[in-house]
Design a protein around this ligand. Structure first.
Ligand SMILES: [Cu+2]
Length: 572
């Protein structure tokens, strides 16, 4: 089950190509190879021999023919040695996205790459720059991703700590034999060769020209970590979030959740020298990091931004400046509120604002919680329904009306303002929301079922409420007192397939269906595809249900997705 490949692209797609669009053909072969991305050998999933995989770059309107070949000893969906053709058109999106394996924990081992969509010929972007730098961030685990999953199940829903961080697939773990022994996982750590001379690993150096404005496209493929990125003495100006152009925002440290991307501008206007590039996780527990690094230090990548005219170079393993040290694991108000403020400061560029429909026609509140499967292993649950991957793909189960399809029995939910009857589940227990169901009274599309074409789209509000409540506790009243009793919750990164969405609000504590919407930004909210959800906090998104199909809404953290933190929004 785990050795399988199913690719997803974080894009909207349509069957209708635009005029003057081109067809772009890519051949991608996924293999399992021994590499040393941080100097310690381990099995790595490469695409065309590369980790991360080759960048796919098209123009908006193009059609992509991606022939993906499974070069691993694998099972379905793509059989070993077989090729699957992904054929889709990108109708109107522009931005920095990614393609990635979507099965099991595969993404933690590789099998992903950048997917860049440029504007159509003749269209420009709302900012200027001289050069482009493409940057991917990742956390890296010496534990094989299969064992990573077992670890997650065995340690009550806890992720194993990251061993190191990678920039463009490259990092530097201090894998001297002594460190290797204390930092390893014993039998769970199958490859231990310390290969410091490998060309795969070593200091990360970004070479730049002086007095030049760079557009850095920064994407996080992290399996778990909520990343912070900064360049010493250089202000980063955010101009794009996923596919949404933003009002320019200056930051010294970029916060980026798994699956998100940003374009930032920076100008090399400092003295010609070498400057720290810092990649770290915002929240780490030093004691927890001991297991991963063999020292009290949490993993931290310190790369170098090197001016071409500089004679200096910063040694990558030099201790980072104190301003770049880990903040420890503080999910207290100052730390979380700072992140919420960071997100709320990102608004849509005024020339690209698209109007949303308020009030929404559908209201959904999702309480993310932790439950247990029949073997008492921890799994994520949504509104008390513990997730299970469907045995039969949902659309096939629907079409043939097979027994493991969707049970239309409505469930109670636990929050005021919900439309209880939207929530149903599959026979195996996958929570499913029918946004435009075909049961009576549930269609948003009016005559859609008769004509086959939507005549009206639904405006949907989803509020994610973060808590680690267990299913057994979930019939308790949800209030601040209750949240304060919970074990430490973790950040999430929620993604909706097939749609971009407006991030209309985020807040600390418990969402209030009456008061919280008064804080919403309904004027110029950012329009993107992944939203960070912080501990003991909520996030509200809105989208137009105008792309009929079965779409996963899932957390982008690998272990959370693998442990079934997902549901599907169905509409036909
Ligand atoms: Cu999550």
């Amino acid at each position: 089950m785990l050795w399988t490949v199913a690719f997803a692209v974080t894009l909207l797609s349509s069957a209708a190509p635009l005029a003057r669009a081109e067809v772009q053909t890519y051949n991608l072969t996924v293999k399992s190879e021994i590499r040393s991305p941080d100097c310690l050998e381990r099995r790595t999933l490469t695409v065309n021999g590369l980790f991360p995989g080759p960048t796919i770059r098209i123009r908006s309107g193009d059609t992509v023919l991606a022939h993906v070949t499974n070069g691993m000893p694998s099972e379905c969906p793509i059989l070993p040695g077989e090729t699957f053709l992904y054929n889709f058109t990108v109708p109107d999106q522009v931005g920095t996205f990614w393609y990635h394996a979507h099965l099991g924990m595969e993404r933690a081992a590789g099998a992903w790459g950048l997917f860049i969509v440029d504007p159509p010929l003749g269209q420009s972007e709302p900012f200027a720059y001289d050069q482009e730098l493409d940057i991917t961030l990742a956390d890296w685990y010496h534990m094989d991703e299969i064992y990573y999953g077992y670890y997650f199940l065995a340690v009550n829903g806890a992720n194993p700590p990251a061993n190191s961080f990678l920039l463009n697939g490259r990092g530097q773990f201090n894998c001297t034999p002594a460190i290797e022994r204390t930092g390893g996982y014993g039998d769970l750590d199958p490859y231990k060769a310390c290969n410091v001379s490998s060309a795969d690993c070593g200091p990360t150096v970004l070479k730049v020209q002086p007095n030049t404005t760079y557009r850095a496209r920064i994407l996080s493929g992290a399996a778990q970590s909520y990343m912070l990125f900064s360049i010493e003495n250089h202000t980063l100006t955010i101009v794009q979030a996923d596919g949404g152009y933003t009002e320019p925002r200056n930051v010294s440290v970029l916060e980026i959740a798994s699956g998100q991307s940003y374009s930032v501008l920076f100008t090399t206007n400092q003295a010609p020298n070498a400057y720290y590039v810092s990649v770290r996780s915002k929240w780490e527990t030093p004691g927890y990091c001991m297991q991963a690094t063999g020292t009290g230090q949490c993993p931290h990548l310190t790369g170098t931004l090197l001016y071409s005219s500089s004679a200096n170079a910063v040694a990558q393993n030099a201790p980072p400046p104190s301003s770049l040290q880990s903040q420890g694991i503080s999910f207290g108000d100052p730390s979380v509120n700072a992140s919420i403020a960071f997100q709320k400061n990102i608004t849509m560029n005024k020339d690209y604002v698209t109007p949303l429909t308020w009030p929404p026609t559908r209201n959904i509140t999702i309480l993310t919680s932790l439950g247990a499967d029949p073997d008492s292993h921890p799994v994520f649950a949504l509104n008390g329904i513990e997730g299970r991957e469907p045995v039969t793909p949902l659309l096939i189960a629907e079409y043939y009306n097979v027994s493991d399809g969707i049970d239309n029995t409505a469930h109670d939910t636990y929050r005021p303002g919900d439309e209880t009857s939207l929530l149903v589940e599959t026979a195996q227990g996958l929570p499913v929301y029918r946004i435009n169901g075909n049961e009576s009274g549930m269609s948003c599309y009016g005559t859609e079922l008769a004509s086959g074409a939507p005549t009206e789209s639904c405006s949907v509000l989803i509020v994610f409420q973060n808590s680690m409540v267990t299913t057994q506790q979930s019939n308790m009243a949800i209030n601040d007192t209750y949240l304060a009793l919970l074990p430490v919750a973790v950040p999430h990164a929620w993604h909706l397939q097939g749609h971009d969405f407006w991030v209309v609000g985020q807040g600390r504590g418990v969402y209030d269906a009456t008061e919280s919407p008064k804080t919403f930004n309904l004027v110029n909210p950012i329009y993107r595809n992944t939203v960070a959800l912080y501990p003991r906090a909520w996030a509200a998104i809105m989208f137009n249900a105008d792309n009929p199909g079965a779409w996963f809404v899932h957390c982008h953290l690998d272990a959370h997705m693998w442990a079934d933190s997902l549901f599907a929004a169905m509409r036909f």
